[in-house]
Design a protein around this ligand. Sequence first.
Ligand code: GDP
Length: 473
Amino acid sequence: ELANRMAERVGAVVKALMQNGMMVTQNQTIDADTAELIVEEFGHRVVRVSDADVEDVITQVEDDAKDLQSRPPVITVMGHVDHGKTSLLDAIRNAKVVAGEAGGITQHIGAYQVKTKGGQLMTFLDTPGHAAFTSMRSRGAQVTDIVVLVVAADDAVMPQTVEAINHAKAAGVPMIVAINKIDKPAANPTKVRTDLLQHEVVVEKMSGEVQDVEVSAVTGEGLDELLEAIVLQAEILELKANPDRAAQGAVIEAKLDVGRGPVATVLVQNGTLKQGDIFVVGEQWGKVRAMENDKGVRIKEAGPSVPVEVLGLNGTPEAGDVLNVVETEAQAREIAAYREQLAKDKRAALGAATTLEQLMANAKADASVTELPILVKADVQGSAEAIVQAMEKIGNDEVRVRVLHSGVGAITETDVGLAEASRAPIMGFNVRANASARNSANQKGVEIRYYSIIYDLVDDVRKAASGLLSAEI
Ligand code: GDP
């Protein structure tokens, strides 16, 4: 690799190393100081890439207020399985594809844009589900501006509804409640509203602040009202971006296409992505060879909140990876290589786990940390409630335990996702993690602790919290 970068022969580099007393083979890793010595010996200039260098290249200067223009909101639909997320996304897309628009038929690229009757644009992420939302967030991409929480009127609030509420709250994203299946005879929207109260979601019809709209994904009833509610929420948020700058975006989906190579759907978050732009995205880099919008139409530019399929990557990035346009190909290569190395190192030292001990250690190092986030899963509602109540009593004004999510049932991959995104451990009371959750927790370094005595669980958390307290002194 080093020989490659210097455009020297491998044999020559190995020989030089041996002359310096290092008996190495060509695949061996050498330390940075040695590499520097060798590079100088070959008469090349050393450029060490560090976090700071990467930051320098990709950090975007704050935009001047005068350059900011309003941008469309980005919406994620969440809710319990079978409550109609997919149907609702389809209904909105089909009803709102402006007739006669070039391309017309929407492609599946992971996100789509619609225009309301009033002419406002909005972008829907077409990957419903909580896993997508949290995996994006855990990779540093906060793309969602508004969560539409779908609750079936004939079923009311269910475990994944609660989960969705907690995800949205943890991310600090405002919600709009879509009470779906209003066409069904058994529909009881009032029950949905009262159920939501128990989870501290007070909708407008209950004199709260969260907008609620009755809809039917099947008959199309209420869809316009839902879009209006989104427009209103977006206005409150005053979403803005600067279209006249190098683009920054987030990967919504990525795949290796047999014919076209790696393809990624990128949601532009700031600036304008243009054909020919050179970029880094996670551990990959590339040059925009071509772009297609959600209608399958080739476009040359994509501005803020526009989802585009990008061709011209050297590898397949991951959902949630952040894309930054840079000036030169050399910069792009350097940063991608550096990140790849960092990721390798991190995987190697999988000590970076989110354990309770580690949280304490981190908190001690970072005096601003005053919250101990945790997830609670229990076998029955009563235990879950008892644990949450006990948690709320721990801590004082400076340090407190924050239960991000509490639920009943086995620990799932979604729980692990949320835990990872918020760097929280999962406390299981008389429940186990299923196999996929265990694998995922191992991979992501999320700690799962099992208890069968509430006192032990509470005591461990209390100890961790008092660790934080003493760190403050
Ligand atoms: P998801 O799991 O949340 O994505 O739910 P789906 O969109 O797959 O919907 C689950 C089922 O509910 C499907 O059989 C839909 O046809 C049905 N469904 C969804 N929305 C409505 C609705 O507004 N009214 C009625 N009657 N059925 C609906």
